[in-house]
Ligand binder design. Structure first.
Ligand SMILES: *Cc1c(COP(=O)(O)O)cnc(C)c1O
Length: 394
């Protein structure tokens, strides 16, 4: 035990030494545009609370009502006594919203991805995965015995090469994030689907950073790329735009979802989603489907911030996603700038190597529908002040 703990202490020290030790910042308020911390109130530009549903009055009301109607916890897996009508309703609603035949709930999208590949594919098959895919896709693929191919990020020539290499396999599945969280860039899903048709592959998209708010009506990156109906498997989370509590799902054909219910390990061996979350997520989808103003406000805020920050002279990754990376280059600059912005009351996060490639350090801003114009004005002004101070802009 002494040696063991010593090894762990050394490991922790080396994490500190290279400057990537992650502290948790304690919030003293609910998740919203202005959050209270020990250091006072700050404007929050780093949550995945894209639509502001995490603390939306109608969402809170739905959650309170759900507690009274369904109780708090299920204390069971789905197939023993952990399924209420609200779980089935949510599965139907998710499937309908995305134009898929069926959907299955998980405790998280991490679990949805963890229980996907191993259930559907064997050593005869191949997964062809974007090099920058989320950790949960990587881990999900690791759990199964498929042949693994990777293609360079969003590189369709490389994907085609890998599809050719995988032609001897029984089935081929292309796996990609819909939106990549470090750049806010959208996978070329239309082109992926065309290649998939040409080389007989199944397409799986994890749309966690898009479901509910991205694309004209919130159907995600698949809608944004005009590929609705062409993707066979969609996984995503309720833990970001759809209320932000927790939970995830896989949406696909009836038979695929049925097999997941029989064999997918995180579904069979992990507790059922709390009914409060199921009912409240149902409400979130209803809000999104019936009132386009939340999505519109998020889009307006995003366009406005992108325009203002570019006009201020900052270098941002182009696009229209509410993830907006402000490119700084040097490693130390991202952290220094984020610290100084926090002192100005603007909470953003700096990312540097190894999370992003060396020399591409950045601050990632995330816009929400709960931001008001004056919040964005205040953030841009703070960026200008600190940007000048640090010589990022002139
Ligand atoms: C956030 C995220 C996940 C994890 O979702 P959880 O429901 O929090 O487990 C999975 N995939 C992608 C692409 C994500 O961005």
């Amino acid at each position: 035990m002494t040696d063991f703990l010593e090894t762990i202490r050394n490991e922790l020290e080396s994490i500190h030494a290279v400057g990537v030790y992650k502290d948790e910042r304690i919030l003293l308020s609910p998740q919203q545009a202005r959050i209270r911390t020990k250091h006072g109130e700050v404007l929050n530009f780093c949550a995945n609370n894209y639509l502001g549903l995490a603390n939306h009055p109608e969402i809170l009301e739905a959650a309170r009502n759900a507690l009274d109607q369904y109780g708090y916890g299920m204390s069971s897996v789905r197939f023993i006594c952990g399924t209420q009508d609200v779980h089935k309703q949510l599965e139907k609603s998710v499937a309908k919203f995305l134009g898929m035949e069926d959907a299955i709930l998980y405790s998280s999208c991490f679990d949805a991805n963890g229980g996907l590949f191993e259930t559907l594919l064997t050593e005869q098959d191949a997964v062809i995965s974007d090099r920058l895919n989320h950790a949960s896709i990587i881990d999900g693929v690791r759990l199964c015995k498929v042949s693994r191919f990777r293609y360079n990020h969003a590189d369709m020539n490389h994907l085609e090469t890998q599809l050719k290499r995988a032609q001897k396999n029984r089935f081929r599945m292309i796996a990609t994030d819909g939106v990549f969280s470090m750049d806010g860039d959208v996978a070329p899903i239309k082109e992926i689907c065309e290649l998939a048709k040409r080389y007989q592959a199944i397409v799986m998209v994890d749309d966690s950073h898009a479901t509910g708010f991205f694309g004209a009506t919130g159907r995600g990156s698949i809608e944004y790329q005009d590929a609705l109906g062409e993707v066979q498997i969609i996984t995503s989370t309720f833990g970001k735009a759809l209320g932000g509590a927790s939970g995830g799902f896989t949406a696909a054909s009836h038979e695929l979802v049925s097999l997941l219910r029989q064999r997918s390990r995180p579904y069979l061996f992990s507790n059922s989603l709390s009914p409060v979350i199921a009912a409240t997520t149902l409400k979130a989808i209803e809000l999104i489907a019936h009132s386009p103003d939340l999505i519109r406000k998020l889009q307006d805020n995003t366009l406005f911030f992108r325009k203002e920050i570019e006009e201020a002279g900052f270098d941002i990754r182009p696009g229209s996603h509410p993830i907006i990376p402000i490119m700084l280059g040097e490693e130390h600059l991202a952290k220094t700038m984020a610290d100084k912005l926090l002192a100005e009351g603007v909470y953003v996060i700096g990312f540097s190597h190894p999370v992003v490639p060396r020399g591409q350090a950045r601050i990632r801003v995330q816009i929400s529908a709960v931001h008001e114009r004056e919040d964005i004005d205040q953030a841009v002004a703070a960026f200008q002040k600190i940007g000048r101070e640090l010589g990022v802009i002139t």
